[in-house]
Design a protein around this ligand. Structure first.
Ligand code: ADP
Ligand code: MG
Length: 499
């Protein structure tokens, strides 16, 4: 390791210097612990653990103290609400301190947590604001699609995932129509909704629909549709940076008419996100179409910053719901059809299909798996498919009914109805008793029935602070144990939401 201080001094001195350094840091660490103790007692345990638990001391230099936090959100929150108190706590320990510098850790340190993709630790990383690459997208000539694919590492496509094999039903008609519209657009057409953002739980057809868009869009050879998983986007970009062909990457991106990104919830790392944000903005501003799928709505992509989230929400956001029984039957039939192309003798009698559609409620992947097993079994044993065989073969695919994915909007709607207030009352800042209690109940239900974090719930309740949510949760918890009426109401609401 090159260190100018150590390099000039031989042997013993090095050790001495190290000792001094650790002693100093021990002293600093002790002081830092005391400062944190003061902070904890001034703001209270809840506030402390929400906002300050992950704050680290970086250094103390003269009159300024350098602290760091892991996210930009924490940084701006602490600066806006607690800057003076943090300073006061330092001054109580070290009167000379007059300034607190607060920075976001991952943007500053070289050693990023292992989870962050390598780009965040790459010294040549692209920082947010690093020359916006696509500003001149409109005027640039296009590059051949194969070059884009090479440079960008387009993800492999499954030839079976087309519009023709996509079965529509109540839960996906809108998503299907929007996807078709996008696929059928022509170069130069005005873009109707951008981005098209499709979200749904696992196995409900997102990838199928996105790949269908890609196949259909590329069919005419007129436009270039690039399909990337979020992971490919990250690794394509990382690889491009490492081989110092970031320029080539960006060049290639210019040739894309439609960029399709699957599983956006996996996009991680600050600089990747910054680059994603640039790419998104540039493509949209240049009238290129962007299509995105994720397992949750834009507002729930907690690791993305607000601007990206609002850009994502600014086009058309469509949810695909769970597959209804009819749709499941349709999917099973289309799978059997597909299998019969190669295995003409394969047949699944109607009652077996009905049974499967009723029994396998979970997702499209299990439906596909069921047909594959029946096919394998009937081929290997040269036996026709019977109900009895089907029951045996798919037993493990039949899961107990999964608890429903409850949404915060549903909670707000049901609670508002129960207490005869409007949903906007719940989100408003009104503090009259007839709104405060329902609002607290709704927050409590959001915390207990969903996996959303406190800050996320606060945001969805009209941008409230996370401590307000915590307070509401505790309040209702305490009340239901004493107040039988409220307890009944809460139970009733839970049942309504879960059925
Ligand atoms: P997701 O990407 O949402 O997790 P997939 O698109 O991978 O889900 O779908 C899982 C399986 O279910 C695939 O085999 C897919 O073809 C099938 N599937 C899901 N929805 C439909 C549908 N509406 N029509 C036909 N097949 C479907
Ligand atoms: Mg998928």
């Amino acid at each position: 390791m090159h260190d100018p201080l150590f390099a000039e001094r031989p042997g013993r001195n090095v050790i001495q210097i190290r000792e001094v350094a650790t002693q100093m840091s021990n002293m600093e660490q002790d002081r830092w612990s005391r400062v944190k103790g003061r902070l904890r007692s001034t703001v209270g345990e809840d506030v402390y653990s929400s906002w300050f638990a992950r704050m680290d001391l970086e250094s103390v230099q003269g009159e300024s103290v350098h602290l760091s936090v892991p996210t930009r959100f924490l940084k701006s929150w602490i600066q806006a609400h607690y800057a003076e108190r943090v300073l006061a706590c330092w001054q109580a320990e070290l009167p000379d301190v007059h300034r607190i510098d607060l920075t976001v850790r991952s943007a500053m340190r070289c050693a990023a947590p292992a989870k962050e993709p390598a780009v965040a630790t790459d010294p040549r990383r692209v920082e947010p604001g690093d020359g916006r690459p696509h500003a001149d997208l409109k005027t640039t000539a296009t590059t051949p699609v194969s070059a884009s694919h090479d440079a960008l590492g387009g993800s492999p496509l499954d030839p079976r995932l087309t519009f023709a094999s996509f079965v529509t039903g109540r839960s996906n008609t809108l998503a299907y129509a929007a996807a078709r519209q996008v696929a059928e657009g022509r170069r130069g057409d005005a873009v109707m909704f951008n981005p098209l953002y499709i979200h749904a739980g696992v196995g409900l057809g997102k990838t199928h629909l996105l790949q269908a868009v890609t196949w259909a869009g590329n069919a005419g050879n007129e436009r270039k549709v690039l399909y990337l998983t979020a992971e490919k986007f990250m690794y394509g970009f990382v690889a491009a940076l490492k081989s110092q062909t970031a320029l080539a990457f960006k060049e290639a991106l210019r040739g894309i008419d439609v960029l399709v990104i699957d599983d956006l919830q996996f996009l991680q790392g600050k600089s990747t996100q910054a680059e994603f944000c640039h790419t998104l903005n540039a493509l949209i501003d240049a009238g290129r179409q962007v299509v995105i799928a994720a397992d949750r709505p834009p507002s729930d992509l907690e690791s993305l910053d607000d601007r990206v989230r609002s850009r994502l929400a600014g086009g058309l956001v469509v949810e695909m719901g769970s597959l209804g029984e009819e749709l499941r039957l349709g999917i099973l039939k289309s799978r059997v059809e597909a299998a019969r192309v190669h295995h003409a003798s394969f047949d699944v009698p109607e009652p077996v299909l009905d049974y499967l559609a009723k029994a396998i409620t979970h997702n499209g992947r299990d439906l596909e798996g069921a047909i594959n097993r029946l096919l394998a079994h009937s081929k290997l044993n040269a036996q026709p498919v019977t109900l009895e065989m089907a029951e045996r073969e798919v037993r493990d695919l039949i899961r107990p009914q999964e608890p429903k994915r409850i949404k915060i909007e549903d909670i707000q709607r049901v609670v508002a109805r129960q207490y005869n207030v409007s949903r906007s009352d719940l989100l408003s800042s009104r503090r009259t008793a007839n709104v405060v209690r329902p609002r607290q109940v709704a927050m409590y239900l959001a915390k207990t029935l969903t996996l959303r974090s406190l800050p996320e719930i606060g945001r969805r309740f009209g941008g409230r602070d996370h401590t307000t949510v915590l307070h509401a949760v505790r309040k209702i918890e305490a009340l239901v144990s004493k107040d039988a009426t409220l307890s009944d109401e809460v139970e009733l609401l839970k049942r309504q939401l879960q059925e």
